[in-house]
Design a protein around this ligand. Structure first.
Ligand SMILES: CC(C)(COP(=O)(O)OP(=O)(O)OC[C@H]1O[C@@H](n2cnc3c(N)ncnc32)[C@H](O)[C@@H]1O)[C@@H](O)C(=O)NCCC(=O)NCCS
Ligand SMILES: Nc1ncnc2c1ncn2[C@@H]1O[C@H](COP(=O)(O)OP(=O)(O)OP(=O)(O)O)[C@@H](O)[C@H]1O
Length: 229
């Protein structure tokens, strides 16, 4: 099994690319979704409340109901360039990343066990969290700031939200340089899909599988990939 990492700029199109590749047979491992689940864990929640106070919780919907985190409030506390926000982000990551990492590892193992040809790591902080070391190939999906701003309208982010998140990540130029392939996503979805399909077939050729979705994923002799390989 191949481990393919996908990186890029915020709202550059990683998840859109990942969804398409999942349709071709890759196992889509979405770190944002996994981290979201981890944030709902009671122990994780308790550690965040200890540091940031109850103000980071949404109002209770019923007297005995479990309180959920207000993600926008946490985002305000952690994304930004001043020292306090940087420390807050470090704290949040120190709580959320270890269980996220563990779940990603489990998903990679399951993907190998079920005979998936590709485990696709859709991890925004792939290089920062050293997941690049586990990858056989890394693709970077990037789009101009103008296109990304147009495309985030339904997220309730504005330009400054996009920029402050981007500043908390490795520079896009560095991500491109460290990747095996860079895809510009400034055209249509169809153009992105075509590009992805071409790269997918190349990957399949290099690794000797057909590139076609397999009806029977079990036991076809593909090499299982261990992180220690
Ligand atoms: C701060 C939180 C609550 C904000 O939630 P929100 O729903 O607004 O954003 P969401 O989680 O969907 O992330 C959207 C994008 O923000 C950027 N982003 C998220 N976390 C980080 C981070 N630690 N550093 C830099 N950028 C980040 C990424 O580009 C990501 O794709 C949330 O992002 C979070 O818990 N982050 C810490 C966990 C983490 O590092 N996740 C990244 C994947 S491991
Ligand atoms: N080529 C395209 N044409 C039109 N819209 C696009 C295109 N590519 C992506 N989009 C849209 O842009 C938005 C951002 O894309 P996506 O969520 O895939 O980015 P992302 O890199 O995963 O973002 P993040 O890391 O911030 O979560 C989505 O609404 C998606 O549907």
């Amino acid at each position: 099994m191949i481990i393919l990492g996908i990186v890029g700029s915020p709202a550059g199109g990683k998840s859109t690319a990942a969804k398409y590749l999942a349709g071709l047979g890759a196992e889509w491992i979405n770190a944002d979704l996994i981290a979201r689940d981890c944030l709902a864990d009671v122990d994780v929640l308790a550690q965040l409340v200890e540091r940031f106070g109850e103000a980071i919780l949404l109002p209770a919907t019923a007297p005995e109901s479990t309180r959920e985190v207000d993600r926008a409030k946490i985002a305000d506390l952690v994304f930004g360039e001043d020292e306090q926000k940087r420390n807050n982000l470090r704290y949040l990551e120190s709580i959320v990343h270890p269980p996220t990492r563990q779940r990603i590892l489990e998903r990679i193992e399951q993907s190998a066990e079920t005979g998936k040809p590709v485990a696709l790591l859709d991890v925004p902080l792939l290089f920062e969290s050293r997941w690049d070391l586990a990858c056989d190939a890394i693709w970077c999906v990037h789009a101009s700031l103008e296109n990304r701003l147009d495309r985030i309208e339904n997220r309730r982010w504005d330009r400054s939200e996009l920029e402050r998140r981007e500043k908390c990540q490795l520079a896009i130029e560095t991500k491109c340089r460290l990747s095996d392939h860079v895809m510009w996503n400034d055209s249509t979805l169809e153009a992105l899909h075509e590009n992805l399909h071409r790269q997918w077939l190349k990957l399949a050729k290099m690794n000797q599988w057909s590139g076609k979705p397999r009806p029977d994923p079990a036991g076809d002799g593909h090499k299982k990939h261990c992180l220690s390989d």
